[in-house]
Design a protein around this ligand. Sequence first.
Ligand code: NAI
Length: 426
Amino acid sequence: MKLNSYAGSLTRPMRNSDRNYSLDKAKIKFLLLEGLHPKAREMIEGAGYSNIVEKPGALTPAELKQSLKGVHFVGIRSRTQLDAAAIDAADRLTAIGCFCIGTNQVDLQYAELAGIPVFNAPFANTRSVAELALAETIMLMRGIPEKNAAAHRGEWLKSASGSTEIRGKTLGIVGYGHIGSQLGIIAESMGMRVIFQDVENKLPLGNAEARGSIESLLKEADVVSLHVPDTEETRNLMSASLISTMRKGSYLINAARGTVVDIDALSNAIKSGHIAGAAIDVFPKEPKSNNERFESPLVGLDNVLLTPHIGGSTLEAQANIAVEVASKLVRYSDNGTTRSAVNFPQVSLPDHGLTRRIMHIHHNEPGVLKDINQVFFDSEVNIAAQYLQTEGGIGYVVMDVESDDVTSLMKDLAKIPATIRTRILH
Ligand code: NAI
């Protein structure tokens, strides 16, 4: 597929009628890369699709381009780079499933302009992170990290000094979203008192109480657990100054993003004894692979639990991700629903029963809907239902029609200058 220029500096994939397809399930090809959880295949097969190719690892860029030919749906994890060149090579690509949380590995804007929605599973590992943070709370308050480190060196630190139960202690949660609120519920069920702080007005679950500022939360909490996203506001949020606001002898957990904590300041606060211990899963600088060496100012501090960004890495989370993303791909293929796509207008559609469903993806320009309706008017085809959503550069119109013969109508729709692609479901 060639590129032409669009909206000044932006390049966009040219509209390509080869990409149009009608729903014949046996012909629709799924390529699943990077050893996805078996539930993904199960889900896709269960929906009636049999043309599924699976590969255990990521492919080289050249292999990827070759393998994407004729593929309608591709499932990847974080190691497959779907850049503009790969998307160009994918002559039939209809949707992309990122079987993970992040979508940085895909050129989202290019995919959008090519009319390709991208799906992911942003909250499939919420419970896994919350469980780890609770387990770490218990470990830290019992002084397990240093006792464990000492025992590995042949030392015997048998003492109750400084070891406490979590029952009745105060957990301060910064960022009361999916993970933070889930953590609050399970911590409370173990007898903790939960306070939280969020930039949004959040409904407290259980007996949790909101605090108006992070400072007031830090002054009150025995353990502080961070669950905020990586944004400009959260970068180095836990600065030396805020760390010094934490109670003396309290603990810090970070399973959010490495950028949120000033790691040198934390290291100093632990060495000085102001902070009694920490559990850190994410770092400002993380190794790119398991073969690369991990380095951090926290290495060697016995009272710090260090984990390699595995807060969300459980078999259950993998299975949840597989089911969630595979079902989003199937739903898009079966009926055109794009709900929760990260780069695309969101349309949640009812099943279309006995009618034919026509989908028209176009560049979001004035007058396109008029052109589409004109084609229907000229073809004397009645529209039973019509759904339209636009977002950024893309418009997505779905129409249910009762006519049996729509061959020439589909050709006319494809001729509308702003068209990126059309699809028909019978
Ligand atoms: P979410 O979007 O559901 O919740 C984030 C919450 O933080 C929201 O309620 C938001 O209003 C709040 N927030 C944003 N800026 C804030 C600020 N400056 N101060 C206070 N609150 C603020 O996200 P979710 O799913 O709960 O994830 C939270 C974090 O956990 C994210 O950074 C995510 O990347 C990370 N994560 C880490 C994993 C791991 O393996 N360690 C796995 C999954 C998520």
